[in-house]
Design a protein around this ligand. Structure first.
Ligand SMILES: *[C@@H]1O[C@H](CO)[C@@H](O)[C@H](O)[C@H]1NC(C)=O
Ligand SMILES: *[C@@H]1O[C@H](CO)[C@@H](O)[C@H](O)[C@H]1NC(C)=O
Ligand SMILES: *[C@@H]1O[C@H](CO)[C@@H](O)[C@H](O)[C@H]1NC(C)=O
Ligand SMILES: *[C@@H]1O[C@H](CO)[C@@H](O)[C@H](O)[C@H]1NC(C)=O
Length: 123
């Protein structure tokens, strides 16, 4: 009885591992978090942005984010976030590995809605 329970548990965890390893990721596995830092720059509130690839086994490169009307009085390193019209390139297009935040701060009178636009997923 105990033995067969262990066998079933082993099988279940094996299947879970398999399905995690092979499940496909998409743009929905790119998360963008934003929050006010509580600081001000030139009297504009500052915001912190964290971009995270949550796909367990895959990098995402050439990550682009919809950033319509984005403006900032704080310098944002273009190798992290390169504003180009309504679409911004993250990390200079280089791969974003799993669960390592790509972070930058900006400051403006309001925050901007930032949503994933596209990426290339390599597993
Ligand atoms: C990717 O995101 C989708 C939608 O949020 C989710 O259902 C799926 O589990 C995620 N994939 C992985 C491998 O985390
Ligand atoms: C990564 O981003 C998340 C969401 O903003 C945040 O909670 C977490 O502290 C960040 N981790 C690091 C190491 O900066
Ligand atoms: C940022 O984008 C401009 C074009 O909009 C390009 O000339 C420049 O090389 C890019 N910089 C980085 C670091 O990707
Ligand atoms: C990505 O950006 C292009 C150019 O702005 C736009 O036409 C397209 O609809 C965007 N795709 C997504 C998924 O937001």
């Amino acid at each position: 009885m105990v033995d067969s329970t262990i066998k079933i548990l082993t099988l279940v965890s094996f299947l879970v591992l398999i399905s995690q390893g092979y499940s496909k990721c998409s743009l929905s596995n790119l998360s963008i978090y934003q929050r006010p830092t509580g600081h001000q720059l030139k009297q504009f509130p500052e915001y912190r942005v964290d971009i995270i690839n949550s796909c367990p086994n895959c990098v995402q490169r050439n990550v682009k984010i919809n950033c319509p009307n984005f403006e900032t009085v704080e310098f944002v390193d273009p190798s992290i976030f390169n504003v180009s019209g309504d679409v911004c390139l993250v990390n200079g297009g280089k791969p974003i590995v799993t669960n390592v935040n790509v972070t930058f701060n900006y400051a403006w009178s309001n925050s901007f809605i930032l949503t994933p636009n596209s990426s290339i997923i390599n597993c």
